[in-house]
Ligand binder design. Structure first.
Ligand code: NAD
Ligand code: MG
Length: 386
């Protein structure tokens, strides 16, 4: 019997890439729980194929549909946000946390509470509740493995026994689809243009975050929680080819980097096999055919979201949770056609101006800050939409 695996957010971009790797070697794994929010057909199909013990749909109204879709199989069906948290707490040896947004926070905390390995793609959870999550991991002996390609790259280059010999961590950013666009052009950018990423195929929310560079900002905060260096040790550089994923600079001037074709199955496989390695079907890196690698400093005037995130990282406390919650609301409003592309960072800036509570001490504090920031953000987007 193989290692027990749960996938939270099994129907998304990261979830299906994880299933793709696992289903190439079915005897090595046993699927405990798969979860999704609304995609009943995708969830049921994956649960049947992998003979999962339980499949959970987040939207309670879809429970009957899920039951019907699983009829005749051995897969148990459940529904609702609490059922997702319970599924996360079933004690799988390895859990993929790939829900998008702070909706994934309670489930990921439940998984950490079981003390297994948690492969973390759900960066919003770490941005909102970083200290609480890393403390919980320590307390329960859980291992947090970074799935985000840049953080997985840092993880591979970072000498965790000698953090005081490390001077700087640099994350690369592709620059997204609007890397060379003027502010005027970005003002009129549509959701379809924003989600069309040049190098990576990803969910809608992170694709918009890549277009605003908020994704890189969230990632700087994420990195600060995963790697024990001061906030000012983390920076980002634009690298359009997405071949070098991150760089770690040591005090002697050595810089270690991890390279690879832009395919999330490589970092996912690294987390799945860790500390061993496994084969993947990913395209092998051929530098001669790529020819050149370019780098540039990010332009904070055209991409103000990155500046807002850097400020939140430096300030700490509740600022990252507010930044993240406001961004989730603003991105949803943009994707829904209610506000413009540049209004995303504008909304986040307004919420950070208007709401400044003390640092959260408990998970309930984080959830309350998250809820209030969403409320303020929603009001701000309604004014912009009017
Ligand atoms: P996606 O939108 O493709 O999938 C999201 C998954 O979460 C789906 O299974 C969906 O059903 C589930 N979900 C959505 N809302 C939910 C809710 N309210 N409650 C419970 N489940 C919910 O997103 P994705 O691109 O796979 O990204 C997932 C996470 O991984 C994000 O945090 C993203 O930032 C991170 N990430 C993604 C990539 C990538 O290449 N896609 C790379 C690095 C990090
Ligand atoms: Mg990334």
């Amino acid at each position: 019997m193989g290692r027990s695996i749960s996938i939270l957010g099994a129907t998304g971009s990261i979830g299906t890439s994880t299933l793709d790797l696992i289903e190439r070697d079915p005897d090595a794994y046993r699927i405990e729980a798969l979860t999704a929010q609304r995609d009943v057909a995708g969830l049921a199909a994956a649960a049947r194929r992998t003979n999962a013990r339980i499949a959970v749909i987040g939207d309670e109204a879809l429970y009957a549909d899920l039951k019907a879709a699983l009829a005749g199989s051995d897969v148990e069906a459940a529904a609702g946000p609490d059922a997702i948290v319970e599924a996360a707490a079933r004690g799988a040896e390895w859990t993929m946390a790939a829900i998008v947004g702070t909706a994934g926070l309670k489930p990921v905390m439940a998984a950490l509470g079981q003390g297994g390995a948690v492969a973390l793609a759900n960066k919003e959870a770490l941005v909102s509740a970083g200290e609480l999550m890393t403390q919980a991991a320590q307390r329960h002996g859980a291992t947090l493995l970074p799935v985000d390609s840049e953080h997985n790259a840092v993880f591979q280059c970072f000498d965790a026994d000698r953090p005081n010999r490390i001077r700087k961590v640099t994350l690369t950013a592709s620059g997204g689809p609007f890397r060379e666009w003027s502010l005027d052009a970005m003002r009129a950018a549509t959701p379809a243009q924003a989600v069309k990423h040049p190098n990576w195929s990803m969910g809608a929310k992170i694709s918009v975050d890549s277009a605003t560079l908020m994704n890189k900002g969230l990632e700087l905060i994420e990195a600060h929680h995963l790697f024990p260096l001061g906030a000012d040790a983390f920076d980002a550089v634009i690298h359009p080819q997405s071949v070098v994923h991150a760089l770690v600079e040591y005090v002697d001037g050595s810089v270690l980097a991890q390279l690879g074709s832009p395919d999330m199955r490589t970092p996912i496989a690294h987390c799945l096999a860790w500390p061993d390695r496994m084969e993947t079907p990913c395209r092998r890196l051929d530098l001669a055919s790529i020819g050149r690698l370019d780098f540039a400093a990010p332009d904070l005037d055209r991409f103000p979201a990155l500046g807002l995130a850097k400020d939140a990282l430096a300030a700490g406390g509740a600022r990252p949770a507010i930044l993240n919650a406001a961004n989730e609301i603003a991105v949803a409003a943009f994707l829904g056609g209610r506000i413009g592309f540049l209004d995303i960072a504008l909304t986040v800036a307004k919420v950070l101006d208007r709401y400044d509570p003390p640092a959260p001490a408990h998970l309930d504090d984080v959830l309350a800050i998250d809820a209030e920031a969403r409320r303020v953000a929603l009001a701000a987007t309604e004014v912009l939409a009017a």
